[in-house]
Design a protein around this ligand. Structure first.
Ligand code: ADP
Ligand code: MG
Length: 447
């Protein structure tokens, strides 16, 4: 229990130095898990939390984590899920392959049926998942395939099934992995000549949940292996649950016989949430995080963020950070800013210069060739400046690359264009409207 003592001491001291709302948000959730080699291992709830801690509280925490003589100790962080894995490994109930590189599956305890918000978009998937979780292997829903786009709750449902099965009967062996992990472990087991371990882990499962099976695409050997695993479990009436980004019948790069197995049970889809469901999800997540949000602000977020639930969650977390850390009031202005940031971040990841220029060329009905060409016609030059500016705003490219795209112009030309837009063009309402409209359009198109 020495890790607990060290942390308690540090915590007491941190409490004096950090404002109480921030202390409650960023320090209280940290859990000490181990102390060895003069290193204290601290568990944090998620990646975002870790990054926040790392940028804002790293130094002060380092200062406070000391031994009895006041000498600083080293600190290591772990994200909650990782810790669960380590714990699972030590847990006798769970089968423990000795040689596989990483410990067996973990189930995220926070993803349950009880906090999965139901809407017309996911009702059927949730009902099917809950039904097989209550009686794994007992129905014709074997395999159950849950498919749909990114961030819509497929992984959440897989974990919810795992949690429910385990809480109903601890002895049930639940194996939950992504198809990538399955592949890695398979390759690893061949290289190290320990295929027996691999086989044991997967073929001894009572409930096998494999996330994102689309990544089996093109991996013939792995598919072969999975085919056998599948058949063996299926014959023993063990429950199999799979998630995928498309309907199994539409999946390319998978062996025909696998596809036909996948279609032999029940396939259910999850659609993007409708407006009401988005509102419900936001209200629930806000409440879970102790964040007070008025209804019209919830509506504002739900209107802008249309499909990805992960992004909805991200917004709540940002708002929480802003309010707890800087004591900012959560008003319309702040919510708008956070939405813009979120939309902006997505765009930086996704959009290319060409996307942006193409869009401008479409809207202004000026061919792309002309836009990036040498023409000095007033209207064209203006639009070109706008396009350059938008490229800088919406993509992650340098002035030089933008210039190159525009027929090999110098980076100073791009810089000049940007400052023209900022200083002159934007004064006109129509132009600033055009800019915000295009930014919005492009971000929505990307979700
Ligand atoms: P997917 O696997 O389909 O890409 P996830 O299951 O990872 O999506 O979901 C993304 C995030 O949104 C997760 O944090 C998840 O808990 C949350 N989420 C998704 N659907 C719901 C829902 N219906 N109710 C509450 N939270 C949800
Ligand atoms: Mg997923």
């Amino acid at each position: 229990m020495i890790h607990q003592e060290i942390w308690d001491t540090a915590k007491a001291s941190l409490k004096k130095d950090i404002p109480s709302h921030a202390f409650n948000t960023w320090i209280v959730p940290i859990r000490p898990v181990a102390f060895s080699d003069n290193k204290l291992l601290l568990e944090v709830p998620n990646q975002f939390f870790f990054e926040w801690l790392d940028t804002h509280y790293k130094e002060i925490i380092e200062k406070k984590v000391v031994d009895k003589k006041g000498k600083r100790l080293k600190i290591d962080y772990t994200i909650s899920a990782e810790t669960k894995r380590i714990k699972n490994e030590a847990d006798d109930e769970v089968y423990k392959p000795k040689h596989l590189e990483r410990p067996p599956a973990f189930i995220n305890k926070n993803q349950r049926f009880s906090n999965f918000i139901e809407g017309s978009n996911n009702q059927f998937a949730k009902a099917a998942a809950a039904s097989i979780a209550k009686n794994p292997g007992a129905s014709n829903y074997n395999p159950l395939v849950i498919y749909g786009g990114v961030g819509l709750g497929k992984t959440h449902l897989l974990h919810a099934i795992g949690n429910l099965v385990m809480s109903n009967e601890k002895k049930r062996r639940v194996v939950l992995e992504t198809s990538e992990r399955f592949t890695q472990e398979f390759i690893n087991s061949i290289q190290k000549n320990i295929t027996e371990d691999f086989t044991k882990k997967y073929r001894k499962a009572d409930v096998l949940l494999i996330d994102d099976i689309q990544f089996f695409k093109g991996k013939e050997q792995t598919q072969e292996q999975f085919f056998h695993t599948f058949n063996e479990l299926h014959q023993l009436n063990k429950q199999i649950v799979l998630s995928a980004d498309t309907y199994p019948g539409d999946m390319e790069g998978l062996q025909e016989r696998l596809v036909s197995r996948f279609q032999s049970g029940l396939s259910v889809d999850i659609q993007p949430p409708d407006f009401e469901t988005r509102v419900a999800i936001l209200l629930e997540k806000a409440q879970q995080n102790g964040l007070e949000l008025s209804y019209d602000l919830v509506e504002l977020i739900a209107t802008h963020i249309k499909t990805n639930i992960r992004v909805l969650e991200g917004i709540i977390i940002r708002l929480l950070a802003n309010s707890s850390l800087y004591g900012k009031e959560i008003d319309r202005e702040l919510v708008e800013k956070v939405i813009r940031e979120k939309l902006g971040n997505e765009m930086v990841l996704e959009l290319s210069i060409e996307d942006v220029v193409k869009k401008v060329s479409e809207i202004r009905s000026i061919p792309m060739k002309v836009l990036i060409g040498p023409s000095r016609r007033r209207e064209i030059v203006k639009t070109r400046h706008l396009a350059m500016y938008l490229c800088r705003e919406l993509t992650n490219n340098t002035l030089t690359s933008v210039g190159l795209f525009f027929g090999g112009r110098d980076h100073t030309t791009v810089l000049h264009a940007c400052s023209q837009v900022e200083k002159v063009y934007k004064k006109k309402k129509a132009v600033s409207k055009f800019i915000s409209q295009i930014s919005k359009d492009m971000s929505v198109a990307n979700f």
